[in-house]
Design a protein around this ligand. Structure first.
Ligand code: DGJ
Length: 354
């Protein structure tokens, strides 16, 4: 055997192997998702956005070694892609440690579930996130008042400048998990779980219109009739003239069964469609009863493909959040009944299947 030849062949093929490993042609739900540098994607409670010919993935950057009971987010990280499969790290677009950052962000105990929209009228990208106060002197998360933080940018990759916070939901204690839904006319709505306050113990999902610049609520919130109490992790989308809502139950970081609702109007009344999940995640043996081990975070209408949606979930890992995972699955409609079937590997060509 000619060792020099083998060595030469190995040297020549090595760069090819590296490129081949970095380029992905499919999505592998529930498995480690690496960016184009081969590093684990760190963007949780996330959303995606299409702008121009690129896609943007925004999520909370979790700090390695910290649990979800600690101040464990460094801010919001963004990744950019041209195909929804291969994601390049675009850096921290909102950093708690940025020079001159407001203490409301810098000292926040929770900075979670970021959602970003583009408002054509102002030419601004607006980012919303769950924003809680600083940790208590005893080192506990301060969940008394749950704010929505707002930041804006002129470019999708930021930097996003903090604009302030509001107590959403029409409650004195604010709101929890939320979705930002931009309707066909461009108007944005804040859909959130209202926190209990004086005299009100329930946790309804409520909807409030945002101001034209998207920076604050424009008026009262209304309860979304027909949506089960304490529905968390809401994700809204519109299909064939109807409004669909995907959400979870309320069990902290532990997975529970997904739930779905449909209505003719954004504020309802909604009708339950039950749990849209089908099949089983072979990596953890969890099926619809636990949403494959995930919790909804966003539903992305695939641009240019009318009626096609990607259902997006986090796999929470409260003891080691930096290793929390992601599940992306096609959301399929047959006779207007939505279904989210487990697939271990898929790409956008599934939307062409009959
Ligand atoms: C429920 C939410 O849906 C999760 O994303 C997370 O914020 C947990 N609460 C924390 O307990």
């Amino acid at each position: 055997m000619n060792h020099t030849l083998i060595l030469l062949a190995a040297l020549l093929l090595a760069p090819l192997a590296e490129t081949a490993a970095a380029v992905s042609s499919s999505i592998h739900p529930g498995q480690s998702w690496l960016d184009t540098d081969g590093v684990l994607i760190n963007a949780h409670g996330f959303c995606t956005l299409r702008h121009g010919d690129k896609y943007y993935w925004y999520g909370s950057h979790k700090i390695a070694g910290k649990t979800e009971s600690e101040n464990n987010e460094a801010g919001v990280r963004c990744y950019v892609s041209r195909d929804l499969l291969n994601w390049e790290n675009a850096g921290m677009v909102l950093s708690k440690t940025a020079q001159g950052m407001s203490p409301e962000v810098a000292d926040a105990g929770i900075l979670d579930r970021p959602k970003v929209i583009y408002i054509p009228a102002t030419g601004r990208f607006v980012m919303y996130f769950k924003l809680y106060g600083p940790m208590t002197p005893e080192g506990k998360l301060n969940t008394k008042e749950a704010y929505v933080g707002v930041a804006t940018a002129t470019q999708p990759t930021g930097p996003f400048a903090y604009q302030g916070k509001f107590l959403g939901g029409g409650s004195e204690t604010g709101s929890g998990d939320f979705a930002i839904f931009q309707d066909a006319d461009g108007v944005a709505y804040h859909i959130a779980v209202r926190k209990p306050d004086k005299g009100r113990k329930d946790k309804p999902l409520v909807c409030g219109r945002l101001s034209d610049d998207g920076l604050k609520p424009a008026g009262e919130y209304v309860a979304m009739e027909g949506v089960e109490n304490a529905t968390e992790a809401p994700a809204l989308f519109r299909h064939a003239g109807k409004y669909y809502l995907l959400g979870s139950g309320s069990s902290g970081w532990a997975p529970n069964a997904a739930r779905m609702f449909v209505a003719d109007h954004l504020t309802g009344p909604y009708q339950s469609l039950g749990n849209p999940c089908r099949g089983m995640n072979p990596h953890n043996q969890l099926g619809p009863e636990k949403t494959f081990g995930g919790q909804s975070t966003f539903v992305f209408p695939v641009p240019g493909r009318r009626g096609t949606f990607i259902a997006m979930f986090d796999i929470n890992n409260p003891e080691d959040p930096v290793h929390s995972g992601y599940i992306w699955l096609p959301l399929e409609f047959s006779t207007n009944q939505p279904a989210i079937r487990w697939r271990s590997e898929w790409n956008l060509s599934v939307f062409e299947e009959k």
